[in-house]
Design a protein around this ligand. Structure first.
Ligand code: PEP
Length: 274
């Protein structure tokens, strides 16, 4: 059974106070989320520490197991003189630090930063992140025990030119084909057509299913049966009104949600759309 996932990508939104308020609202509604659905909140770096504590403090184990914490990026270098960068090791260290805060109960730890989004089209487009750079980031993230939400997707001109399979196929082959099957077990793929991100325009369920099936078949060329176990998420203007029809498709295992993840009601409604 593939894991059903609804992952929120907060991007560069919310002040720390607003982010804490948002995650408290999500946690307040966590009981509504079906037990077989995993929520992931991918917050800005500045929010990881307090959010780790909030999630770590969820008392009910069933509710706690439904929500994970993630980041939106990590460096392609291990450590050193890279001003402004945040390493995979730093992300992996966040939860351990929660117990060191004054007044924390002995042995207290927060929720680990369990996931990191890599390969988002905004990172590829605005910050020049190539497949080669992304492979380095992924290897470092995996070596620190993080799981990776690896994004792929084509631009509008590429779709119009009928090149979407080629573009997405290359993003898979040039990066994920360099991983071992053991490493691949910790990868979630997110298909996000660039023309649908933040535009209000969503891929039709047929368009999305067609390319999700293609991604799974491509993964199977290298990883065989493991491709059937890999969660493949759809991202691009996914919202409560269209999530159900997208998630009903055979190869769509959930969503990577941008705008709609900033409202707790919408995020939870999407998680209830399987
Ligand atoms: C995203 O950027 O990951 C995304 C899916 O954004 P939106 O849902 O706002 O289109």
């Amino acid at each position: 059974m593939r894991q059903k996932i609804v992952a929120g990508n907060w991007k560069m939104n919310t002040t720390l106070a607003e982010g804490i308020e948002l995650v408290n609202q999500i946690v307040g509604k966590i009981e509504e989320v079906p037990q077989d659905v995993k929520l992931i909140v991918n917050t800005p770096f500045t929010h990881l520490f307090p959010v780790s504590k909030i999630i770590g403090d969820i008392k009910c184990p069933f509710c706690r197991s439904k929500i994970s914490l993630g980041a939106q990026n990590c460096a392609d270098k291990e450590k050193g003189a890279y001003t402004g960068e945040v390493s995979a090791k730093m992300l992996a260290s966040v939860s351990k630090a929660v117990g060191t805060v004054a007044g924390a109960p002995e042995g207290a730890t927060g929720a680990p930063v369990e996931y990191v989004i890599l390969g988002h089209s905004e990172r590829r487009g605005y910050y020049g992140e190539t497949n080669a750079i992304l492979l380095e980031k992924i290897k470092l993230a995996l070596s620190e025990g993080l799981k990776v939400i690896y994004c792929v997707g084509e631009a509008l001109e590429e779709r119009k030119a009928g090149k979407h399979f080629e573009v997405v196929g290359n993003e898979i082959k040039e990066v994920l084909f360099n991983l071992s099957p053991e490493q691949m077990k910790n990868i979630v793929v997110a298909y996000e057509p660039i023309w649908a991100i933040g535009t209000g325009e969503t891929a039709t369920k047929e368009q999305a299913q067609e390319i999700h099936e293609f991604i799974r078949k491509t993964l199977a060329e290298k990883f065989g049966a493991l491709a059937e176990e890999t969660s493949i998420l759809y991202g691009g203007s996914c919202k409560p009104s269209n999530a159900k029809e997208l998630f009903s498709q055979k190869d769509i295992d959930g969503g990577l949600i941008g705008g709609a993840s900033l409202k707790a009601d919408d995020f939870i409604a999407i998680a209830k759309s399987f």
